[in-house]
Design a protein around this ligand. Structure first.
Ligand code: ATP
Length: 234
């Protein structure tokens, strides 16, 4: 569904991604692991069209993403839940969700989609008139995921959805991602928490200093997942 081939990305003279290739098959979850500064966010931002690669090719459903702008990529069906969540903090939960669904076009579809979100994210229904900025971190993360889902993406890019959250929200997000997986949502999941990520994904990649240094099927991993990945985090 998504293919990234040999991309290089620079911030000025600093090279953040070096010859990175990766693919995500439709209906699967792929985890992208690596320490702070490895380049994970840069890769997601490049796929989403926020950053242009200096070299390489990216394709999605057989069409090139290379010269596409961020808003065109959303229209193609790639939703991105960034680490900052990018919510409109002065707007209510409902207003944020509506903005997420603004591409749906018609009111009936929007109302139906909102109901679906409220079913999956009960807390958002009870908080629908509350300003997004006043939600807890975990609630904001739920809202950010729900807002991305409002656009009916075929694929989701998730940037560290559980980082910094209270344990109860880590569990909730995990349950939610599992439910999305059961519904065959294709996901590229960036995580620092390798054990959590591999339980959700079929395939993994590890980035280190801007390069893919390991990849494989998660079923081939030893039982001690943290032990296996330790060497890539030091
Ligand atoms: P984290 O887990 O901390 O978010 P990451 O794996 O997502 O890390 P990136 O944020 O992609 O890593 O950063 C990759 C490299 O690019 C780092 O060395 C970082 O300092 C650098 N970098 C990221 N954004 C910029 C920027 N806007 N300008 C300059 N350098 C940047």
């Amino acid at each position: 569904m998504l293919r990234v081939e040999g991309i290089d990305v620079y911030y000025g003279r600093i090279q953040a991604l070096k010859d990175v290739s990766l693919k995500v098959e439709e209906g699967t979850v792929v985890s992208l692991l690596g320490a702070n500064g490895a380049g994970k966010t840069t890769l997601l931002n490049t796929i989403s069209g926020f950053i242009s690669p200096a070299k390489g090719e990216m394709s999605y459903l057989d069409g090139s993403l290379r010269r596409k702008r961020a808003h065109e990529i959303v229209r193609l069906g790639i939703g991105h839940v960034s680490q900052q969540r990018d919510l409109f903090s002065e707007l209510t939960v409902l207003e944020n969700l509506r903005l997420g669904g603004s591409l749906l076009g018609d009111k009936t579809k929007m109302a139906k989609k909102l109901e679906e979100m409220y079913e999956d994210f009960g807390i958002l229904k009870t908080r629908k008139d509350q300003k997004a900025g006043t939600l807890s971190g975990g609630e904001q993360q739920m809202l950010a995921i729900a807002r991305a889902l409002m656009a009916e993406p075929r694929m989701l890019l998730l940037d560290e959805p559980t980082t910094g959250l209270a344990p109860i929200y880590v569990e909730r997000i995990k349950t939610l991602l599992r439910r999305l997986k059961e519904r065959n949502m294709t996901m590229l999941l960036v995580e620092q928490n390798a054990p959590m990520a591999v339980t959700l994904s079929e395939h993994f990649y590890v980035l280190r200093n801007g390069r893919i240094v390991a990849e494989g099927k998660t079923e081939s991993l030893p039982e001690n997942v943290s032990g296996f990945f330790h060497k890539y985090y030091i």
